[in-house]
Design a protein around this ligand. Sequence first.
Ligand code: HEC
Length: 140
Amino acid sequence: MIRFRNILAAVSAVLLLGLASSYMPIAAAGDLPTEKGCKNLKDADSVIKGWCTAITRKKGNCLSCHHAIVDNWPEALPPGGNIGPPFVAMGARFPNSEDLRAQIWDATAKNPNSSMPPFGKHQLISEKDIDNIVAWLSTL
Ligand code: HEC
C-alpha cells in the first residue's frame, strides 16, 4: 500500500511539473534568441520564428518602433522604440488574431496616416512571417 502511494505521489508530481511548465509564458521557457541566435531556426516553433522575424532588422524590424514586454529580454538586444505602442497584453487586447494580422498586414487600413509600414500589402515580409509574428504576439 505504501509503495502504491509513493508511486501515486511520484506520478502526480510529474504531472504537476508538466502542467506548470506548459503554462509558463514562452518568454520564461528559456532565453529568447538575439538576432544572431535567430540565424539557425530550423527546428524552432512558430512563436520563436515570429519573435525572430519581429526583431530582425532586415525582416519586420518591429523593435525600431515598438518595445515588447517580455520577461527575459536578451541582454544583448537593445530595447525597442517608442514610436508605436508597446507590445503588451496582446492576447487579451486582440482576442481575435485576425485583427492583429490585419494591423500588421496593412496598418493604413485603420489609420491612413500610420507611420507603420504595410508589411503584407507591400510584401515586405511573407504571409508566413506575418502568421508567425501573430503567433508570437498572441503569447504576450
Ligand atoms: C515605423 C514605425 C513602425 C514599425 C517599423 C512598426 N510599427 Fe507597428 N505601429 C506603429 C505605430 C505608430 C502604431 C500606432 C497605430 C498607427 O499609427 O497605425 C503601430 C501599431 C501597431 C499595432 C497595434 C498596437 C495597439 O496597441 O493597438 C500592432 C499590433 C503593431 N503595430 C505591430 C507591429 C509589428 C508586428 C511590426 C513589425 C512587423 C510593427 N508594428 C512595425 C509604428 C510602427
